[in-house]
Each structure stands twice: as C-alpha cells, then as structure tokens.
Design a protein around this ligand. Sequence first.
Ligand code: IDP
Length: 140
Amino acid sequence: MAVTRTFSIIKPDATKRNLTGAVTKMLEEAGLRVVASKRIHMTRDQAEGFYAVHKERPFFGELVDFMISGPVVVQVLEGENAMQANRDIMGATNPADAAPGTIRKELAESIEANTVHGSDSDENAAIEIAYFFNEDEIVG
Ligand code: IDP
C-alpha cells in the first residue's frame, strides 16, 4: 500500500474542551503522522466554501455556524492509505453509531459537534489540503 496524505480538522467542540492533544494522540496511534498543522478561526466565507458540497442539506447553516463558533486545528496527515486510516479512526458521523475506540465514539458530543472532519476520498483530500495549505507548509 502507498503512503498518501489526507486532510483533517479538529473541530470547535474539541478545541473548546482542550482535546487537541487527545485527538492528535489517537491519530498518531492509528499510524498517521501530522505533517502540517495550524490553529485558525475560520471566517464564514471560508467555512461556506469548504462545505459547499453540503449547501443543499438542511443542516448547512447550522454546520457553518458551528464551524466558526471557535478555533479549529487544520492538519495534513500522512500514512499508509491515509484517507481510509483516518476515516477508520474517526468513526461514524453520528457518535451514537461509532465503534468503540474511535475518536467520535470516545470524544464527540453529537452528530454535528463530532470532533473531527476527515476527507472522504483521495481526490477530496487533495482539494481540501490545497484549500488551507501551501505546499511549503507541509513537511513530511
Ligand atoms: P462526515 O463528516 O462523517 O464525512 P458528512 O455526512 O460529510 O459526514 O457531514 C459533514 C458534517 O456535517 C458532519 O461531520 C457533521 O458535523 C455535520 N452533519 C452531518 N449530518 C448532520 C445532521 O444530520 N445534523 C447536523 N449536522 C450534521
């Protein structure tokens, strides 16, 4: 299997509860390496652009409000099949459905405040990484 990159966000519910380290530890224990990381407070425009694919979904407005309600930590993760490895350690969107040992099961608050974002394909990973990072900010 190839070493690839994916994109992660530690969401406002987690930064608010001081869980940046706890989330990162679980990512690292899952074999992922943080090769870029920055703490930012997204603007509304930035969040709406990032979640543009969800524009028609009923929760879009609330999701954007939530994502700009506090700081987030955007990260590039590297590892063997990084996208899938990250999706596996994240767990299901709704923490109530997530498997034990996953980030969302152990740490998330609700289907919306679910602690982490992770790209859902290698193609989207490349788009999402480029949305927040310049190549020279990524140090493998
Ligand atoms: P994912 O984050 O597991 O890939 P998506 O379906 O792509 O899940 O949804 C994006 C984000 O939108 C979720 O992580 C969650 O924060 C939010 N979300 C998804 N479904 C709902 C919902 O039914 N109500 C409120 N927020 C939701």
